[in-house]
Design a binder for this molecule. Structure first.
Ligand SMILES: Cc1cc2nc3c(=O)[nH]c(=O)nc-3n(C[C@H](O)[C@H](O)[C@H](O)COP(=O)(O)OP(=O)(O)OC[C@H]3O[C@@H](n4cnc5c(N)ncnc54)[C@H](O)[C@@H]3O)c2cc1C
Ligand SMILES: NC(=O)c1ccc[n+]([C@@H]2O[C@H](COP(=O)([O-])OP(=O)(O)OC[C@H]3O[C@@H](n4cnc5c(N)ncnc54)[C@H](O)[C@@H]3O)[C@@H](O)[C@H]2O)c1
Length: 477
């Protein structure tokens, strides 16, 4: 067994691990990166990239059906589902070199393709190697949680790990779980020709603002996605191609395929965390806000594997953000703390749903009467009018002239939230946004309008302003 001594040993080459490795190696740290599966992890191979490629194909199909209002004769698209999946695979293959072993070795990273396991608090074994390191980073990501429902384990169900390998469009896809994965994939498959039924035990998209979720669900239903909320499944029966979900009220839903999208749990099994003396729970490695294990100071955790101390959000951009915080500490010995106030969240349905900061209900608890809520509808936006995409709302939460939270339902919501991520991260005043000149006509003007809406009553309904203007007008030559 070869022994390697290094500065940094990273377990997992997904969004988090790759970001730590790239930064560390390029800044001169001796870096070992261990990956047991595909380079690129979930996001590239079975998460963000394939799901967004499928959504893009589905949007093309939808556009063909929905041109009537523009004067374009609708046409039923001929969806070649296998070719759609080929498109998905090509997108993955195109991006893959950026995350590849070759690229990382080129950056000076020692890449080991094997399963990693701690054998001591300062030692990891991977295949024929033993690695001792000054610091370790656990970046092992998450896997789908499979609920304990009688009969489910005996069925050939799909998860995000197998969904993109389908070569034929499901005739009736049952989606268990109405979170971001469930709703994005429900709409995409509906648009590609499947009948789709979402069965959600609680509220669909329950972490988002109900005021924005309600019109989104109405749009999805109008497209033909059946959504059952507050509907626990008591049992599954059936076989390949014929799956039956038995609901609490005794009703049965029959479908050809079942996608389980009921949440994700950190991958920590088989990692030897006991030998490493690293405390953990079902929610991840127990870390402080500095992402450092509370029980082993050599060890950090990033991304989906980090416990609630890291903020509890499972996104690629969060894994990247964590990576920066670890590099700051492990390479430069500088302090760093994870916060969530400036982290955007986006669900890529159509219309999209994106937010940053607390929801209105959470903000009321935090800020009480200091909170002001402003709403701008997309039908006030000229670009949205040209696109006939006026179903949407931007909701702005303001405290003392600064934005603390924003939620957007509308076209390109994931793009629009970027401006607010900048504003909130930079603790900008709303006056800066209201004074920003944006090109006309753009969807982005909806954000400027919201900022302007904060000042309008202060300016236009203020008797003092009117009095000052009257006086100045009397004296101006
Ligand atoms: C369907 C779907 C869609 C998504 N869409 C989005 C989106 O649009 N935007 C967004 O921001 N996020 C999205 N996400 C979430 C995003 O994919 C994750 O938050 C992100 O991949 C987490 O990165 P990570 O580095 O923590 O883990 P991962 O990317 O999962 O990487 C972990 C890696 O560690 C490896 N590993 C695990 N254990 C070991 C071991 N013992 N030894 C060696 N290697 C090991 C794994 O093989 C894996 O490659 C989506 C997720 C899914 C499932
Ligand atoms: N656009 C994006 O950025 C994006 C897209 C997809 C996923 N993700 C990330 O991946 C994470 C996981 O996504 P997810 O949608 O799997 O999880 P989730 O936890 O967000 O949603 C799971 C849903 O399943 C429901 N559920 C749980 N058990 C159930 C049961 N037995 N029967 C019916 N419903 C049940 C829950 O009530 C919840 O609404 C997300 O939190 C998100 O961070 C991000």
């Amino acid at each position: 067994m070869e022994t390697i001594q290094t500065d940094l040993c990273i377990i997992g080459a997904g969004s988090g691990g790759l970001s730590v490795a790239a930064g560390a190696a390029q800044m001169g740290a001796r870096t070992v990166l261990i990956e047991s599966g595909e380079m690129g992890g979930d996001c590239l191979n079975s998460g963000c990239v394939p799901s967004k490629a499928l959504i893009a194909a589905a949007a093309r199909a939808h556009a063909m059906r929905s041109g009537a209002a523009f004067g374009i004769t609708p046409a039923e698209p001929q969806v070649d589902f296998a070719a759609v999946q080929d498109h998905v695979a090509r997108v993955i293959a195109t991006i893959a070199p950026v995350d590849s072993q070759d690229r990382f070795e080129g950056l000076g990273v020692r890449v080991i393709r094997d399963h990693a396991r701690f054998t001591a608090p300062d030692r990891v074994a991977a295949g024929a190697f033993q690695i001792t390191a000054r610091r370790f980073v656990i970046a092992t990501g998450s896997r789908p949680v499979i609920p304990q429902i009688p009969g489910l384990a005996d069925l050939p169900f799909l998860t995000n790990e197998t969904l993109f390998a389908l070569r034929e469009c499901p005739s009736h896809l049952i989606v268990l779980g109405g979170g971001p994965i469930g709703m994005e994939m429900a709409q995409a498959h509906r648009r590609l020709g499947a009948r789709v039924t979402v069965i959600e035990a609680g509220r669909a998209l329950g972490r988002d603002d109900p005021e924005l979720v309600a019109p989104l669900l109405a749009r999805l239903r109008a497209e033909g996605v059946e959504i059952l909320e507050d509907t626990p499944v008591t049992a599954f029966t059936g076989k390949d191609g014929l799956i039956r979900a038995v609901l609490k009220d005794g009703r049965g839903i029959e479908g050809s395929h079942l996608l389980v999208a009921t949440g994700r749990a950190p991958v920590l099994a088989g990692l030897g965390l006991e030998a490493a003396e690293v405390e953990h729970t079902a929610r991840g490695v127990t870390v402080g806000r500095n992402l450092r294990s509370v029980s082993n100071r050599r060890v950090y955790a990033v991304g989906d594997a980090a416990g609630p101390g890291g903020g509890g959000l499972q996104f690629t951009h969060v894994a990247g953000y964590h990576a920066g915080l670890v590099i700051r500490q492990a390479l430069f010995g500088l302090p760093a703390r994870a916060t969530t106030r400036h982290i955007p969240r986006a669900t890529y349905t159509d219309p999209g749903l994106a937010s940053i900061g607390p929801t209105e209900a959470e903000a009321r608890m935090i800020h009480g009467s200091a909170l002001e809520v402003l709403r701008v509808s997309f039908d006030e936006n000229d670009r949205a009018q040209t696109m006939l995409a006026t179903d949407g709302l931007l909701k702005l939460l303001v405290v003392k002239g600064r934005p603390v939270g924003v939620a957007i339902l509308g076209p390109q919501a994931g793009e629009l939230i970027g401006l607010w991520a900048l504003a909130i991260a930079g603790r900008m005043k709303l006056s800066t946004l209201a004074g920003t000149v944006l090109p006309y006509p753009t969807l982005g003007e909806v954000s400027k309008r919201a900022a302007g809406a904060y000042f309008s009553p202060r300016l236009f309904a203020n008797p003092w302003v009117k009095r000052v203007v009257g006086l100045v007008q009397r004296w101006l030559p």
